[in-house]
Ligand binder design. Structure first.
Ligand code: ZN
Length: 276
């Protein structure tokens, strides 16, 4: 069991708006500021989305560039992961723009799925197109799985040589149309990942604290932040800040005797972009 915990910090995402919570960072300067604050508390990876000036998700390289440059300036060794989500813009050309900025990692969702109100379409040619472009630009894929079929598809890409190691998997639990946050589903999902690969677990909404606690206790990494959950308590009475969620994660790590996988130590295992 690992004594180090990876913290994958996801401050923004595509869904929360300022009317949902005033704490979600939307503008590049807010995202940079909150990522910097998180870096000083202790995180390993920052999983970043971009929004336009109206707060709407954008694929635009220019916005990602501003965010990445600011984060790199304040957090020089932090592993930066850009989102290639196709929820609002399915075309490969748009989704893959961020890869050209050569962040260390980019997300790669391994099949299509439904969320509560929206579909995320990830056709095989799009997934393989994103994977090929990541390989070309030296970007490590962040393998995102919401169900067992996605894990299987990731294994297929590995077997075919379409993605290369080191491998890092985000397993996300609690989506209405995906894996649920209980022992049997978490146990089955993690058992499907080859030993030696890195795994972080994420819980969506009220499942975030449950999954974070289980992940830390079991020696896995965690993904936390307002992208997945805007509430601090399970009853939904108190809005969270990214800082609160992160400090609570560090408290859980201290209780379980885990230390943080530093960005540098993790990056040097092969997660830093090799073509920078
Ligand atoms: Zn995301």
């Amino acid at each position: 069991m690992s004594l180090h915990t990876i913290i994958n910090f996801c401050p923004t995402g595509m869904v929360p708006t300022k009317s949902d919570t005033p704490h979600v960072p939307i503008s590049p300067s807010e995202i940079i500021e909150q990522t910097h604050e998180a870096y000083e508390i202790g995180i390993t990876i920052a999983h970043l989305h971009a929004r336009d000036s109206d707060g709407v998700p954008t694929y635009k390289k220019s916005v990602y560039q501003e965010i990445f440059e600011g984060v790199r300036k304040h957090c020089p060794d932090l592993i930066i992961c850009g989102s290639t989500s196709g929820r609002n813009f399915p075309e490969l050309e748009k989704r893959s723009e961020v890869i050209e900025l050569k962040p260390d990692m980019c997300s790669l969702t391994l099949s299509s799925l439904n969320f509560m109100k929206q579909a995320s379409t990830n056709a095989p040619d799009i997934i393989q197109g994103l994977a090929a472009k990541m390989k070309e630009y030296g970007v490590v894929p962040e393998l995102e799985c919401f169900d067992l079929g996605m894990i299987n598809y990731g294994s297929y890409l590995i077997k075919k040589g379409l993605i290369e190691g080191p491998f890092y998997w985000n397993l996300l639990f609690g989506n209405i149309a995906g894996m649920q946050a209980n022992f049997s589903q978490i146990g089955l999902a993690t058992s499907q990942i080859p030993s030696g690969d890195f795994i972080s677990l994420a819980g969506l909404g009220a499942n975030q604290l449950t999954v974070t606690g289980m992940a830390i206790a079991m020696g896995y990494g965690v993904r936390i932040g307002l992208e997945d959950n805007i509430w601090f308590d399970k009853k939904g009475g108190k809005l969270a800040t990214n800082r609160d969620l992160l400090l609570r994660t560090h408290e859980l790590m201290a209780i379980h005797g885990k230390s943080l996988y530093s960005p540098k130590a993790f990056g040097e295992l092969g997660f830093y972009n090799r073509k920078k």
